[in-house]
Design a protein around this ligand. Structure first.
Ligand SMILES: Cc1cc2nc3c(=O)[nH]c(=O)nc-3n(C[C@H](O)[C@H](O)[C@H](O)COP(=O)(O)O)c2cc1C
Length: 214
């Protein structure tokens, strides 16, 4: 298998990120970029982000999850606490989120500490999901080896029967994590690979920004 990708290249010319226009708070900029990207369309699931964790084997691993809410407190996503990422987070709460929004030629990278969200918030969100997704959380032992696809179908049939006509309770092993940022970097693609990069660091409860070379 071989394919030469040397001629795959794009010039980024849609926008700029200048000190004169950046807010004091990175959440304000995140919200602005998120809304602009959503309005632009063409970036698929604008709330899809990768989360990188440091595994028990010492390797970093990243995978895509969906951002379900954000505020000045942090970025929230939901998952199975017994998954590989859940185990990694339990041993090392330092994580990294990243968003790539091709339609606006932007990337945002967030480094921070992750904590579980409270049960009440997670339960409320769990019950807002379609019933099939609620049952799926019971049916899938996320990240564990399973013998076949049929195992999932059987698990699902079992929980469907168990909770027929009843509310599906949130599993204890399923819930939310909030990533509380310490550093947020904004990357805006520019011409000739001279991209704009502004990074915000939380220092003594204050956000300080600086420009980085691309
Ligand atoms: C677009 C997309 C959205 C996803 N959203 C989630 C999510 O919100 N929560 C989740 O646990 N997994 C989500 N996944 C699956 C994860 O990428 C991953 O396969 C799963 O969480 C198991 O990861 P782990 O074994 O590293 O813990 C999503 C995958 C894709 C491609």
């Amino acid at each position: 298998m071989s394919k030469n990708l040397q001629d795959y290249r794009q010039s980024y010319e849609k926008s700029e990120l200048l000190e004169s226009s950046i807010p004091d708070n990175p959440f304000t900029l995140f919200e602005q970029w998120f809304n602009e990207t959503e309005a632009e369309g063409g970036s698929g699931e604008v709330n899809a982000m990768t989360i990188a964790t440091v595994g028990l084997d010492g390797f970093p691993k990243s995978r895509v999850v969906l951002l379900k809410s954000y505020s000045k407190d942090g970025f929230i996503f939901y998952t199975n606490f017994n998954s590989e990422k859940g185990k990694s987070i339990a041993s090392n709460p330092r994580v990294c989120l990243s968003f790539f929004w091709p339609s606006t030629e932007r990337q945002v990278i967030v480094k921070g500490m992750v904590e579980k969200v409270d049960e009440e918030t997670a339960t409320e969100y769990y019950h807002s999901r379609p019933r099939g997704s609620q049952l799926g959380a019971w049916a899938s032992p996320q990240s564990s080896e399973i013998a076949s696809r049929e195992v999932l179908e059987e698990n699902l049939a079992e929980v469907e029967q168990k909770y027929e006509g009843k509310e599906v309770p949130k599993p204890q092993h399923w819930g939310g994590y909030i990533v509380k940022p310490l550093n947020i970097e904004f990357w805006q693609g520019r011409k000739n690979r001279l991209h704009d990069r502004i990074t915000f660091n939380l220092e003594d409860a204050k956000w300080n920004s600086k420009r980085l070379a691309p």
